[in-house]
Structures are given as structure tokens and as C-alpha cells.
Design a protein around this ligand. Sequence first.
Ligand code: FAD
Length: 483
Amino acid sequence: METPLDRLRDVLPPEAIDTSAEGTFRASLDNLRLSRCPEAVLRPADEDGVAAILALANEHRMPLTTRGAGSATTGAATPADGGWVLDLSGWKQLAVREATMSAFVQPGVTVKALDNAAAEAGLAYPPDPGSATHATLGGTIACNAGGLRGAKYGVTRDYVMGLEGFLPTGEFVRWGGNLRKFACGYNIRDLWIGSEGTLGIITGAVLRLIPRPVARRTALLAYSDEPAALAAAAAIRKRRVIPSILEFLDRETVAATLRLWHRVAPDKLTAFPRAWTADTPALLLVETDGEPVQADAEMAAVLEAAGTHAAHRHTAASAEEAETLWTVRRSCSQAMFELGDTKLNEDVVLPLDAQEPFFQAIERLRRETGLPMPTFGHAADGNFHVHIMYDAGNPAHRDKARDGIRRLMEQVVALDGAISGEHGIGLAKTPFMALQHGAAELAVMRRVKEAFDPNKILNPGKLLEPFEIWNHPRTKVRLPWDH
Ligand SMILES: Cc1cc2nc3c(=O)[nH]c(=O)nc-3n(C[C@H](O)[C@H](O)[C@H](O)COP(=O)(O)OP(=O)(O)OC[C@H]3O[C@@H](n4cnc5c(N)ncnc54)[C@H](O)[C@@H]3O)c2cc1C
């Protein structure tokens, strides 16, 4: 009897179907490192191929998980129910349209590649996740990714003008276009953004670009502890300045990150006093941008508001030095492995006036679980990456981590926050969706899913079905962004 895979071989060339052990393993996980091998990884060359794959998958109720770089931290790109993976990371057409200050991109273009191309025309694509050199535009649109510059420039959603792609039936659809406004019925474009590949497949996008800021100023401010650093961030807000970046790093994060760089490239740490290795401060890393006059004036205001109580302050003398500081910041996520072999990586978001009680809650949890909970994030928009580090081989650690994460999420919701600000839900956060949303809200989401994908073939198991990551071992494989 002909299997669905046999039928696929009738419509796709052999090089578009990968069933190798290595290929299916690579496509079996994302940065959560929870591996579920698919039957095949499919790399169609064109839209006819995508349509044919979808029509077959839908007919056979075959789970289909679309994939970009696989840098999601939640298991969003893990093919939880096996089936087929649709890998669009090789779709890299990119055209900057200077006249309309926009770009057409295929889903496999990386965030960094788009921003580099925009820069050649004096333009910029502001969303800048820490994974920008790897993460694809298909993946970042599907996750509504944020990044360091969110408070001033917004997130991916704010730059998507049009999307095109496919429904699970294999029908082609287009939502919006190269248009600054679009008021033609339900806004399905915005529904696809952040839907984590559960409602449709994105094969093209029109993205808004902005004039590129010509000047950037960067400063590093150190404080004795977290409350002092957060008070300084609040003072910047009170001064009515919105820096392009305002990053907060707690003392555990700074200690782990310094340890990593002392090992791999100590020359990157010239702006970090040696004494900090023993007596680690909490940090703010700030960037202002715009015309030189504006960037200078805003940085002066930041230093006036937040510099007075800083134990140490350092302003980057050159663009190269600033870039080194941001490279160190972007390594924080990986540096966590200095503190434990496994991490729970959360990206909760709090109202701007709830940061103090939130950090008190983290301190309590850290004390009660005895586990490291390094926390850093985007202080200007209240989006913090809390990591619970533990030794996966130690059952007591696992229990404490599991309990700790639930209590963290309960605290976040109690403070009117949200369980995810930018990474999304994937598999890892599904158990907390019922904390975030009431039954009526979840029921509407289920009906939306059913309207788009009645056979539940698109990325099944994500967002709405509670999934217990604790029942599944995580692999230790090295991924491209690991140091
Ligand atoms: C070191 C590091 C730093 C990070 N920093 C940030 C950060 O600052 N901010 C942030 O928001 N995130 C961050 N992330 C998370 C991650 O990079 C983002 O979630 C990103 O959006 C994932 O893009 P990707 O191409 O890797 O997508 P994948 O991981 O491949 O897929 C993610 C989701 O998108 C879906 N998808 C992918 N392509 C398509 C498509 N064409 N059509 C429909 N659905 C699709 C997948 O099915 C999956 O649900 C970081 C990750 C790492 C490893």
C-alpha cells in the first residue's frame, strides 16, 4: 500500500525529502532541546511544493511543523507529534524597496541579514532578538519576537505590513500588502503573527523599515544590588527619556557572564573592572540613538537621572567598544550554563510599576529553592528573562525547579503580568496558559484554531494542549548559538 511518504516522493524531487537520521534529529528540536524525531524533513524549492505537501498532509492528517532556524526556546519548533517538518530556512529572497521604505522577504532570511540590507539604503529593521544572526523572519513573525529595542521601537508585529502563505488545505492566501494601512475585514495578518505556525504557513512578508539612526551612545552603569539598579531604571523613566536599549542584569547574571568570558575571551572584558569577579554588581546597559545631538542629549539625561547612585559608570568610547559590550550582553543566555547543566528560560513581562515586588518574589524563590535564578532583561518594557538553573540528574533539583517555575508564574499573574512577553508558549509554557487565560478566553482560541485547521495538522500540541516537559529528557546537543 502506498504510504503518504511514497505519495510525497511522486510530487517532490528526492533532494527535497530528507529521512536521514542526522537530518531528522537536527529538525527534531529547538533551543528547549527536547527532541521528537519527525518521519521526514521537507525542503520544497517553491510554492507549488508547499501547496502539494500541505494538500497531502491534510488528506492524511499528517502533523506538519514548519521550521526556521530552530532557535525558539519553548519547544515551538519541536515536532511534538512527529510527522513531517517543513524546513523553510533555505528560502532567502530579499528585496529592499527604498521608495516605500519596506522590504519583501522570504521566511528563511535572518533578522540580521534584513537589517544589514536595510542599512545599505540608510534604513533599519528595528526588532533585534538576541538570536538575530540565526533567527529567521518566518520564525520571528510566527513568534512575534521582541528584542532589546522593544520599548522604543516595538516588536515584530509593529513592522509586518503584509503576509502571504498557505492554509493547511494548500490554498494560497495574502493578508495585507505593501500598504501602510489596511482596513478590509478581519485582521488575519495579525492573527498569524505570534501564532507559532499553528494557523498557517508564512512564505513571504512585506516588512516596514525606518530611517536608520545615525548615532548611538552606550553606557554601562553598576549598582550595589538589584533594587538600586531598578530604582535607577525608574529614575530614567521619570526623566521622560526612552532609551533605545535599557538592559538590566542581576548579580548572578553578571557573575556567570564574566565567568564565561574570562574563560573564552578575557580581552572582551576591558570595560568590566577585575574586582567585579569577586564583588559582582547589578548592571544597567543603556543605549540612546538618533541624530548625534539627540543621542548625546538623551545619554546626558540618562546619566543625570541614573548615574548619581551608580557605584561605577563607563561610557563606550567608540562604536567598536559599544559592540563589544552588546556582544557580552547577548551572551548572557548562554552564560547561564556556568551555573547548572539545565535551564528553564522564562520571559515574563510585568507592569512597569511592579518590578520591585517582582524582584522581591524572585529573591524569596531563590532562597526557598536554593537554586540559582539569574535574571536579566529589558527594563524599559518590563520584560525579564528569569532562568532557573538546575542539575537535571538530581531528582531533588528537578522537583525544586518544577515547583519554582509554577510559583514564579503564579506570582507574575498575581502582579498583573504575563507568562510570556516575546518567546511565546510552544510546549514549555502550555501548563501555565490556564493561569494566564480564563476558560472563555481559551475556548475562543480553540475555536480560532479549529476554523483555520480543523484537522489539527499544523504544529499540533502547541499553545493550547498542556504538555509536561518534565516527562521528556532534554538532549545535550550543541546548537549554532552555543559558545
Ligand atoms: C541565544 C538566543 C537569544 C534569543 N533572544 C531572543 C530575544 O531577545 N527576543 C525574542 O523574542 N526571542 C529570542 N530568542 C528566541 C528565538 O530566537 C525566537 O523565538 C525566534 O522568533 C525564533 O526564530 P526561528 O527562525 O529560530 O524559528 P523556529 O525556532 O524555527 O520556529 C519558531 C516557531 O515559528 C514557527 N515558524 C517558523 N517558520 C515559520 C513559517 N515560515 N511559517 C509559519 N510558522 C513558522 C515554528 O513552527 C515555531 O512554532 C532567542 C533565542 C536564542 C537561542
